[in-house]
Design a protein around this ligand. Structure first.
Ligand SMILES: C[S@@+](CC[C@H](N)C(=O)[O-])C[C@H]1O[C@@H](n2cnc3c(N)ncnc32)[C@H](O)[C@@H]1O
Length: 263
């Protein structure tokens, strides 16, 4: 009797996905008034829980391109002098909020692969005089920071976009000091996404197609060497018909998560 190999799960093409994600977030940086699958800007940030007094102290140009999915700073509890790494820092909203919280003795590094996002964040930083923030071109799967050199890793709406999430969480564990924190907001799903959704590069770039099932996501975080301390729902909604339909059907939702690197 011959055994038949199981059909290979179709995968999204990573090269074309990267160019599609970069093109979408190039537009987020340079044409934030355009039409997107998702909401952006100050109204979104306030609804997610960013205090107005924080938003008033950071560049408005960053907030207009804010494309996060939740608020997690109450979980991160950043302290004076801490070193923070923001994975997928976009136009800089969370790097600036983090900079306020760690103060002049702390430092914040934002990593993003999209040139226009980093260029915008750098310009806004220089205009506003945030001297404790730096940006680097890079991939969240392969971070330039040294082992154990970071107190807190933050990220907002980004890890769902990475095809290899286990690699991202391995990097988080490598760069965090023992006892260091991971505080993020991200998109997860209640059900496993079918290939018709997970292989749709447009839905992937819209933060839906790459979303992982919530129990698998938590297991991936823990397998990397982190202990999940808290997971909270975030009041995030998609806005295009295509994205809303997929979100409703597969239980696509945003969560904020705090995890600690095991000592
Ligand atoms: C949804 S936006 C969020 C940006 C920012 N965190 C915010 O809240 O506005 C996703 C960002 O992640 C970046 N990004 C996506 N995948 C990445 C990867 N693998 N490595 C580095 N940056 C990535 C994109 O360029 C984009 O700027």
């Amino acid at each position: 009797m011959t055994t038949q190999a199981a059909p290979r799960k179709q995968q999204v093409d990573e090269a074309s996905l990267e160019s599609q994600v970069k093109e979408m977030y190039r537009k987020v940086a340079v044409e934030p008034e355009g039409e997107f699958h998702f909401e952006m800007g100050r109204g979104l940030a306030e609804r997610l829980g960013y205090p107005a007094e924080d938003l008033d102290r950071i560049p408005a140009g960053a907030i207009e391109s804010f494309a996060g999915v939740g608020h997690y700073f109450h979980l991160a509890e950043l302290k004076d002098g801490e070193s923070v790494l923001d994975l997928g820092s976009g136009s800089g909203t969370d790097t600036f909020v983090a900079a306020l919280k760690v103060g002049p003795t702390g430092k914040v590094l934002g990593i993003d692969m999209t040139d226009e996002q980093r260029a915008k964040a750098e310009r806004l930083r220089d205009e506003a005089g945030f001297t404790n923030v730096t940006y680097q071109k890079g991939y969240i799967e392969d971070v330039s920071c040294g082992d154990g050199s970071v107190d807190v890793v933050i990220s907002n709406g980004v890890i769902n976009l990475a095809p290899d999430k286990a690699a991202v969480f391995r990097e988080v564990v490598r760069v965090l000091r023992p006892g260091g924190r991971l505080a993020i907001a991200d998109i997860v799903t209640e059900s496993q996404l079918p290939e018709s959704v997970s292989c749709d590069a447009d839905l992937w770039a819209a933060c839906i197609g790459g979303a992982m099932q919530e129990d698998d996501y938590r297991a991936t975080v823990e397998a990397a060497g982190l202990e999940v301390v808290r997971v909270e729902p975030c009041p995030y909604d998609f806005i295009s018909d295509n994205a809303m339909g997929a979100a409703e059907k597969w239980g696509v939702k945003a969560v904020a998560l705090l995890a600690v690197k095991r000592a």
